[in-house]
Design a protein around this ligand. Structure first.
Ligand SMILES: [Fe+2]
Length: 536
């Protein structure tokens, strides 16, 4: 803050050069907002000037007489903090720095009287130059604000410093908000990614969504996920604009394959480096290994950040989080697949046991499972539900393991007592499987596949939609295969006859929706066992 005493005097109005008042006072320009702020905080009048030319851009008091000594104008470009100039004429000029507008440096200026009393010769000369009538000058002097340079200096400095403090705080708070927003955005990203890591989800679909999300989150032009999956197959998924052919990616990995580091590899200036000849379009990249703690499973690659940005700790941290999530998911997925394989083998051995015991219905379980799968697909059930329906189809008659061999293998029709014993198989199957948590979802299919829609089935005499959907689907699949297959004491029925029975039984014996699904999928279902088991 400087107060300058200028001995040179006012010569004429000097601040009306070029276009005037290009900004209205209610403009949202930062410089004009600051001008309003100074006027309100000090009670003084201000004009906004282009510091280089002295051009008036706006003013807070329309009646303010525009006077400014040329010597003050010549110093406006040096105004980086409040300045005060005391003149021998009795006027005190002040200037404060404002914000730049486009490429213009702007200042806020004004003047007050130093003290009331005698009208100086310089002011009288000014009045003459402005052609003011007699007495107008003394009226004008009476209307002017009166303030000493020292007080004016203190007043302007207080406002300036308070404003500087507030700007700094605003800047810090803005920076903090931006940081919080960045962290929140990363958390949302990781959260979204983690919730998408569903074990049963198709691994290719999952990898693609990870690659796409990471590429968009980091803003890189390309992202590649390369993993050695649990079947030992090398898989690559890319998204965005790759700066090299897909085959070249493996060449890039070769450069770093020997590294034992578990950290990100960052190269922000590829040009002129070791690999620039092989990868002329690659400007910068980040490569992060995917490991399960001991084993190297694959890599996450991000390439070419736009707008001169460089990869840094933020991008490395995010990529490392994604790599860790993927590694955990891949390990879990491997366990899940191993468990599924075990279940399938276990189910397979149970079905083989049943087939060995009941040779007349050999292959029945597989066909029921396949038909039930077609029905599930026609009913647009989820992939997991369809998988469960298939397994339930394989196991639906497993309770027959507990039925007397002589009855199961009887070459003629069963008498009522024998039939009553066979009717126990849904409950026996239920008891066999209920102790195994893995099969809990399948239990309704095993227990209730002989219920009838009208409520006349067994063992629970459930009716309509009270019968679990799994059981309603299996009931149709089971009946279809049973009617179509040959038995020692009868031939399998022709398709037309079976379909007539379905039409008549829809809504009484079977769920009409499942029967409708059968007719929609009849051609596919006809393929299931036509060559081996069913009559044409
Ligand atoms: Fe059955």
């Amino acid at each position: 803050m400087t107060t300058t005493f200028l001995s040179t005097e006012l010569c004429a109005p000097r601040w009306s050069l070029g276009e005037r008042y290009s900004y209205t006072l209610d403009s949202d320009e930062p410089a004009i907002r600051l001008l309003r702020h100074y006027a309100a905080a000090t009670g003084l009048a201000f004009v906004c000037l282009d510091a280089a030319s002295g051009t008036v851009l706006a003013k807070t008091d329309p009646d303010l007489v525009e006077i400014l000594p040329s010597l003050v104008v010549s110093q406006l470009t040096y105004v980086t903090e409040p300045r005060v100039w005391e003149l021998a004429s009795g006027l005190v000029f002040y200037a404060v720095p404002l914000h730049d507008m486009d490429d213009l440096q702007t200042v806020g200026c004004g003047y007050v009287l130093n003290h009331r009393g005698r009208i100086s010769e310089e002011l009288q000369r000014l009045a003459d130059e402005l052609h003011w009538p007699p007495h107008h000058l003394s009226d004008w002097c009476t209307q002017q604000k009166c303030c000493s340079p020292e007080l004016l200096e203190r007043l302007l400095c207080n406002v300036y410093e308070a404003d500087q403090r507030e700007s700094k705080l605003r800047g810090e708070s803005g920076e903090l908000s931006a940081r919080v927003e960045r962290v929140q955005s990363q958390m949302r990203f990781v959260d979204g990614l983690a919730s998408g890591l569903v074990l049963s989800k198709n691994p290719t679909e999952l990898a693609r969504s990870c690659v796409e999300s990471l590429q968009q989150q980091v803003g890189a032009e390309a992202c590649v996920l390369a993993v050695n999956d649990w079947h030992g197959q090398w898989q690559e998924y890319s998204f965005g604009r790759l700066p090299f052919g897909t085959k070249k990616f493996e060449l890039l990995l070769d450069y770093f394959e020997g590294t034992t580091a578990f950290d990100s590899i960052i190269r922000n200036h590829v040009a002129g480096g070791l690999i620039s000849d092989e990868f002329p379009e690659l400007r910068n990249f980040l490569l992060h290994p995917i490991t399960d703690g001991n084993r190297h499973i694959g890599w996450v690659f991000l390439g070419n950040l736009p707008d001169g940005r460089e990869f840094g700790t933020g991008e490395a941290r995010m990529t490392s989080t994604v790599a860790a999530l993927l590694a955990t998911h891949y390990c879990n997925r491997q366990l899940y697949e191993e468990q599924e394989e075990f279940v399938l083998q276990f189910v397979g051995s149970l079905v083989s046991t049943l087939d060995a015991k009941d040779r007349y219905t050999r292959g029945h379980s597989e066909r029921v499972a396949a038909i039930a799968r077609e029905l599930g697909e026609e009913l647009q059930l989820s992939a997991q539900d369809i998988k469960d329906i298939h397994t339930a189809g394989l196991l639906h008659d497993i309770g027959k393991i507990g039925i007397n061999d002589a009855i199961l293998q009887k070459p003629s029709a069963l008498d009522p007592a024998e039939f009553d014993e066979v009717k126990q198989h849904p409950l026996i199957g239920y008891r066999i499987l209920r102790g195994l948590k893995l099969f809990h979802k399948l239990l309704p299919g095993v227990r209730n596949h002989h219920e009838e829609y009208s409520g006349n089935g067994y063992p629970d005499r459930l009716r309509g939609r009270d019968i679990p959907l799994l059981a309603r689907i299996l009931a149709v699949a089971d009946a279809y295969d049973a009617m179509r297959s040959d038995r020692p004491y009868r031939k399998g029925m022709p398709l037309a006859k079976v379909e007539n029975i379905f039409r008549e039984g829809a809504g009484t014996q079977w769920d009409p929706d499942v029967i409708a699904a059968y007719f929609a999928a009849r051609d596919r279902i006809a393929q299931v066992g036509s060559k081996s088991a069913w009559s044409s």
